[in-house]
Design a protein around this ligand. Sequence first.
Ligand SMILES: Cc1cc2nc3c(=O)[nH]c(=O)nc-3n(C[C@H](O)[C@H](O)[C@H](O)COP(=O)(O)OP(=O)(O)OC[C@H]3O[C@@H](n4cnc5c(N)ncnc54)[C@H](O)[C@@H]3O)c2cc1C
Length: 413
Amino acid sequence: MKVIVLGAGVVGVTTAYQLQRDGHDVVVIERQPVAAAETSWGNAGMVAPGHSFVWSSPKAPMTLLKSIVMKDQALRFKFSSDPQLYAWSWRFLLECTVEKARRNTLLKHRLAAYSQSVLHEMLGEESIDYDRNDRGILYFHRSQESLDRGIAQMKLLESDGQTIRVLNRDEVVAVDPSLASVKDKIAGAIHCPTDETGDPAKFTRSLAEKVAERGGMFMTDTLVDGFQTAGNDITGVATSRGIVSGDAYVLALGTWSPKVAGQIGIHLPIYPIKGYSLTIPIGDHKAPPEVAAVDEHNLVAISRFGDRIRVTATAEFAGYDTSHKPSDFAFMKRVTQELYPDGGGYEHAQMWAGLRPMTPTNLPFFGRKKYRNLYLNTGHGHIGWTMSHGSARITADLVAGKSPAIPMEGLLA
Ligand SMILES: Cc1cc2nc3c(=O)[nH]c(=O)nc-3n(C[C@H](O)[C@H](O)[C@H](O)COP(=O)(O)OP(=O)(O)OC[C@H]3O[C@@H](n4cnc5c(N)ncnc54)[C@H](O)[C@@H]3O)c2cc1C
């Protein structure tokens, strides 16, 4: 078949790769000049099944409320005139029961763990340099009380096969000696030794090159405007370069998917949740992080990509606005600098903001809705790099009419 993939973020490119592997001709349409230029560029790079907890948890309504009343750094809810914000927030709140949070977390963990296995399979076949670090992720806590809560919460993922090690502060420093100077501020950590990190943009661009070398077509600088339809069929995609037609179509436009799909009556509750990142050159600094970490108290994530540190933080409701100013990064920079005083050239940090394509359940949409030959692979939220590889394989299987390798109950649109 000729399959048209809309969007060249990590989700679109991994999907194109899996479709091509199955023998299809692929065309990828992307409005940016290169792949991974939007949300897939600046994320924390964590391939982290151990981070599969949904944000729509029983704690979330109170956290949201507090963020409105107090000036919170990690979560910034802002009122706006956008009716989509309220419709989405209502659906999000409905997912915040104990039972739904548990169910959604387990579904997400299943998908994330499967996705990591697909990534490993791919790495066995392809040579991709993306500053991979497979020494796990340290989820560290600053008080014993918080650590105990974290351990209790992690039991859920452990029951689903996640490997977990509980570390005291000496053991944390043994895993990453660069945390030695702040040892007394850390109560302990949950180490997920099988979680890993790597630069998502480097990975995506390298994979896109491979797809192109093998005959895949990338239509960059090309805006998708809408669809041409006939009955239950999509007959073409309307783009800034004219109509592009194929046998099947995959929607992988991240936060922009609902805008395009809405034009043909497919309503997807995906809302942009803004996050910020810093990319810090290590240069001659002597004690950069050696293992990725999440500071669970400050909700700051830190990864090491070769000669750079990537730091991310914040969930902000700001619509589609990706602008940023230095003060947006002050808190995360201070936290990182305190943790790794000789970690990198903080004064040369590159600033970035991007939009997580969040769904109320925190689970992406797969499968078909309304049209016979339009497949959804979108809405991957806060761990889309983690879930992309498996999501791509699932989508390729659905296009081929095969059953995906994991049960899809609860994951289909
Ligand atoms: C601060 C932050 C930290 C994160 N950390 C992690 C992490 O550590 N681990 C993890 O797994 N995930 C993380 N994520 C989430 C992850 O980045 C996303 O889930 C993932 O990148 C989504 O990929 P995507 O391909 O769906 O979207 P995108 O990367 O946004 O790709 C969509 C593509 O569609 C294109 N497009 C949109 N509209 C059109 C149009 N009309 N015409 C043509 N092209 C169009 C865009 O240009 C874009 O390239 C983080 C996100 C943020 C913001």
